[in-house]
Design a protein. Structure first.
Length: 254
């Protein structure tokens, strides 16, 4: 794990591109020192947890999970009769879970070094408890994501591809039709792919969404805060960092 030093930063923004994302307002936040894993939890990491505990994820218990249609075979897609109305590229696939990310005919055996997928918040908390760790707060995540930089769009600066180099696994091309894979990947990438940020954290944006401990809310106080932990209750937890399906905005440090 990496020790993230205590510090003060401006969390959020006064100029959100999507107001419903709950990024506003900008507020001054102080965080104590804490530890973060240098890498996303890989399939190999999660397999160790499952082998040690016989844990069943919620996707395994439910019997299905949502998969991006661009990764599915035509045979799988022909058997699906429903989708998410607001995001029709997400399809419910029976048998999809962390072991079989695109359904029963897929496997993680050739991508054990990729981030584990189809993991709910409860699954993530269970893994953390087994590993003797915890999920970061949203403030801790955002502070560590910035890597010591201030007033920058990304953990490495203001340009998505400085000097033409790719720093994150995000979508290239017309979404959701064509991912050109210019960064070398269509779908997830190994957890140690791409350069780390200033704190030594890899894939802190892009690749796979990351859970935090906070309840999600669209409303935040502008008052200065010390180690904020979000609202006491809610309907969903905060996910940060974006994924391989995201463009510029979700991959930003805000």
């Amino acid at each position: 794990m990496v020790l993230i030093p205590a510090g003060v930063f401006t969390m959020g923004t006064d100029d959100p591109q999507i107001k419903q994302d709950g990024e506003a307002p900008a507020r001054r936040v102080t965080v104590d020192a804490f530890y973060m894993d240098a890498y996303e939890v890989s399939n190999a990491d999660f397999e160790q947890f499952v082998n040690a505990t016989s844990y069943l994820t919620e996707a395994e218990r439910f019997g299905d999970s949502f998969v991006f249609e661009g990764l599915l075979s035509e045979q799988v897609k022909t058997g699906i009769r429903q989708a998410v109305a607001a995001a029709p590229w997400w399809l419910p696939v029976k048998g999809a879970n962390w072991r079989h990310p695109e359904g029963p005919d897929s496997t993680v055996l050739h991508r054990l070094d990729h981030p584990v997928l189809h993991v709910s918040w409860n699954d993530a908390v269970a893994y953390c408890a087994w590993a003797g760790k915890r999920l970061p707060t949203e403030a801790e995540w955002e502070y560590s994501c910035r890597g010591g930089l201030h007033d920058r769009l990304f953990p490495w600066g203001n340009k998505l591809q400085p000097r033409g180099q790719h720093y994150a696994n995000v979508w290239q091309g017309e979404f959701p039709v064509t991912d050109t894979g210019e960064d070398g990947y269509r779908g997830t990438a190994p957890v140690d792919a791409f350069p780390p940020n200033g704190y030594g954290l890899y894939n802190i944006v892009g690749n796979a969404w990351e859970w935090t401990s906070d309840w999600w809310t669209v409303r935040h106080s502008a008052q200065e805060a010390l180690n904020p932990k979000g609202p006491p209750s809610g309907k969903d937890r905060v996910k940060k960092g974006g994924s391989y399906m995201c463009h510029k905005v979700p991959g930003r440090t805000r």
